[in-house]
Design a protein around this ligand. Structure first.
Ligand SMILES: Cc1cc2nc3c(=O)[nH]c(=O)nc-3n(C[C@H](O)[C@H](O)[C@H](O)COP(=O)(O)OP(=O)(O)OC[C@H]3O[C@@H](n4cnc5c(N)ncnc54)[C@H](O)[C@@H]3O)c2cc1C
Length: 463
């Protein structure tokens, strides 16, 4: 495709090497940066976190299977041999499309970075559907901090139950509510059940961890609704066999530190006493999307996602691309492949412009399928028009995740940890630190961002 505005979009404003700025070090940001490996450009990657987070395995960090280093390697380390990339920490507070600058902040340091091309891959954050006050009592699962907090709450709850003399209070400590029966909720509930029934066996003297009550709630009428009836049915059956109480059509109306209020499927109000509630019910796009939308006269959708053009650019700004979870385009799903493919498409377009070659034009997403584990040796996978359930799907899941994990050492140590957990029924990552238990509460109360900076926008949660 020969495009209008391509020359101006490719021209560096200062006459030097073309400057590409990438916001975010998630799937879009990292794979976008890597795609410039052989390009004659200077790339600056600005991210709120110093790591690249492999979110699909966050639930394993939250349930003591993997360590944070295995799923969140240092972005700087991954890109150290790519000399045309500079990695910087920063909470992006403003993108000025007219001046072509990105302003970021950490502690008292504000940095203004000029760009010739910009790729925004700021992802999404947990959404409490207008009830942000629930965050303190029901952490989500979007960041390393979230997962460490969830881990400390899960394993800490068993410790509290062990010393609690009152049976009713003890039952509350042994009740775990997961809100949201999508892949994250299902995987989390499955692993809490596995930990309670297998890993923690013989660890306690006053309680039997296997008596833990695990509830999986969703307002929708199916578990893993996007996987279709057959796989959804199989996953529900496996969850129930694990002793998980699956309650569908249940609308949560309140959450606090001692339980969850809900309207059951029949519309009747009820309260579940539980000291551990985990929110896996919704996400909303990064706030920066709204800021970009306002500057070009677009409206974000209900989940705060920015509607991009077919080639992932913003109208009137061929030099600005937005990719991944923060955008909406033709109903493509908010999954890692969409972010990676989108970022590579943006990089290809920029390098083609610089070489004066035809650009790829319209972005077309290639669906590589989706999968979710339900318990050990049991998963569901939907690839093209083929569906798999049980052990075969679990093997597929294992292979795919090993391929996409970053770094040889991480793959080896992850494999060892999986063997320890799935064959040996043990978990090595069970540290419950005071910092993890109270960290999020302190951050939320003080409303702090990375390294203690104020967050970039009202309502923003720190990562
Ligand atoms: C628990 C969980 C399980 C998942 N499982 C799967 C799965 O099995 N398969 C699958 O395909 N997908 C899965 N996903 C979805 C997948 O992880 C996302 O689609 C993917 O991460 C999106 O990539 P992204 O680059 O758009 O955003 P992200 O990976 O979220 O990256 C966003 C980046 O932007 C940075 N950032 C945000 N705001 C700012 C700012 N203001 N300034 C600077 N930096 C900023 C963040 O720190 C982060 O580095 C899962 C997600 C979660 C949460």
């Amino acid at each position: 495709v020969r495009e209008r505005g391509a020359v101006s979009a490719a021209q560096p404003q200062d006459g030097g090497r073309h400057r590409v700025v990438i916001i975010g070090s998630g799937f879009g940001g990292l794979f976008g940066a890597k795609a410039f490996q052989r390009a004659d450009v200077d790339v600056t990657l600005i991210s709120r976190t110093t790591h690249h987070l492999f979110q699909p395995l966050l639930y394993q960090l939250a349930t003591g299977i993997l360590s944070e280093g295995e799923i969140a390697p240092s972005t700087r380390e991954i890109l150290k041999r790519q000399k045309n990339v500079r990695v910087t920490i920063g909470d992006v507070t403003e993108v000025d499309l007219g001046a072509r600058t990105v302003t970021s902040q950490v502690l008292e340091t504000t940095t203004v970075t000029p760009y010739d091309s910009l790729i925004v891959a700021a992802g999404a954050q947990t959404s409490y559907f207008g009830h942000d006050d629930w965050a303190e009592s029901a952490p989500g699962l979007k960041s390393v901090d979230d997962a460490l907090e969830v881990r400390s709450r899960i394993f800490g709850a068993f410790e509290m139950a062990e010393i609690e003399p009152d049976p009713e209070a003890r039952a509350q400590w042994l009740t775990f509510v997961v809100v949201g029966a999508g892949p994250t909720g299902v995987e989390l509930a499955g692993q809490i059940a596995e930990a309670a029934r297998h890993t923690l066996r013989d660890n306690f003297r006053s309680i039997d961890p296997a008596e833990a009550r695990i509830l999986l709630l969703d307002a929708a009428d199916a578990v893993l609704g996007t996987f279709g009836d057959r796989l959804s049915g199989k996953a529900t059956k496996t969850l129930r066999e694990l002793g998980i109480e699956v309650e569908l059509g249940a609308k949560v109306t309140g959450v606090d530190f001692t339980g969850v209020d809900l309207l059951g499927a029949d519309g009747s109000p009820r309260r579940i006493g539980a000291r551990t509630t985990i929110w896996a019910a919704g996400v909303r796009a990064a706030d920066i999307g709204r800021q970009l939308a306002d500057q070009v006269g677009l409206q974000v959708d209900r989940a705060g996602r920015l509607p991009v053009q077919d080639d992932l650019t913003l109208p009137g700004h061929p030099e600005v691309f937005a990719v991944g979870d923060m955008v909406t385009l033709k109903g493509y799903p908010g999954v890692s492949q969409f972010a990676m493919q989108g970022a590579r498409h943006a990089a290809k377009t920029i390098t083609a412009r610089l070489a004066g070659k035809p650009v790829p034009g319209e972005f077309r997403y290639r669906d590589k399928g989706s999968m979710a584990t339900v318990s050990r040796f049991n998963a569901v996978a939907s690839i093209g028009n083929r569906q798999f359930a049980g052990f075969i799907a679990w093997l597929l899941w294992l292979g795919v995740h090993l391929v996409y994990l970053i770094g040889f050492k991480n793959r080896v140590s992850t494999l060892v940890n999986w063997a320890v957990t799935f064959i040996g029924n043990s978990r090595s990552e069970r540290v419950v630190s005071h910092q993890q238990s109270v960290g999020r509460i302190v951050l939320n109360r003080r409303r702090l961002g990375p390294l203690g900076t104020p967050p970039s926008a009202p309502g923003d949660r720190t990562s």
